[in-house]
Design a protein around this ligand. Structure first.
Ligand code: ADP
Length: 173
């Protein structure tokens, strides 16, 4: 767990090798963290995204970071939360695993994740945070020597931060 950190803040301000965007399947921008990332990155990001022909939920595609401090953006559409029985957990896990995979392929040593699907898409934060931790931990365990030195979970509210810290403590015990 040594490589995993939790911070409170705005993901668009982080100078890391890659930030993850909780995108929608069109990859053409949206609200929430997606809107914030595109606003700060500038029009070059949307131009590159247009060439990607969208992305299925649970998959991940990488672009440049343009005017962001981060070198790359990894776009991953999360599941829209329905009832918890519609494959949401499987898709959410895939978002984290595939984002880690894209980052490692691009030689990234640091990556920052927002709480994918927990905003507009309605995924309960606690359940989503458990999946975030277990997916990243599993990836790091099964990819020793992948070069990833730092994984940051970015919480956008102090409530979310408290939940992430609680879950990290539980996992570490
Ligand atoms: P989704 O459609 O996947 O639910 P949202 O962007 O609505 O995506 O929300 C995902 C998470 O990102 C939420 O926890 C939200 O509070 C958070 N968020 C929104 N803006 C930012 C930001 N600038 N930096 C970090 N997290 C953010």
């Amino acid at each position: 767990m040594g490589q995993i950190e939790i911070v409170l803040g705005d993901i668009t301000e982080l100078k890391v090798d890659a930030i993850v965007n909780a995108a929608n399947t069109s990859l053409l921008g949206g609200g929430g963290v997606d809107g914030a990332i595109h606003r700060k990155a500038g029009p070059g990001l949307l131009e590159e995204c247009r060439k990607l022909n969208g992305c299925a939920a649970g998959e991940a595609k990488i672009t440049g970071g343009y005017k962001l401090p981060a070198a790359h953006v990894i776009h991953t559409p999360g599941p829209i939360y329905r009832d918890g029985k519609s494959n949401e957990a499987v898709i959410l896990k895939k978002c984290y695993i595939n984002s880690m995979q894209r980052a490692v392929e691009a030689g990234c040593q640091s990556i920052a994740f927002p709480a994918i699907s927990t905003g507009i898409y309605g995924y309960p934060i606690r359940e989503a945070a458990v999946i975030a931790f277990s997916a990243v931990t599993e990836f790091l365990k099964t990819h020793p020597g992948c070069g990833m030195k730092q994984v940051i979970f970015v919480c956008f509210s102090s409530r979310d931060l408290g939940i992430y810290e609680e879950i990290k403590r539980q996992i570490e015990q």
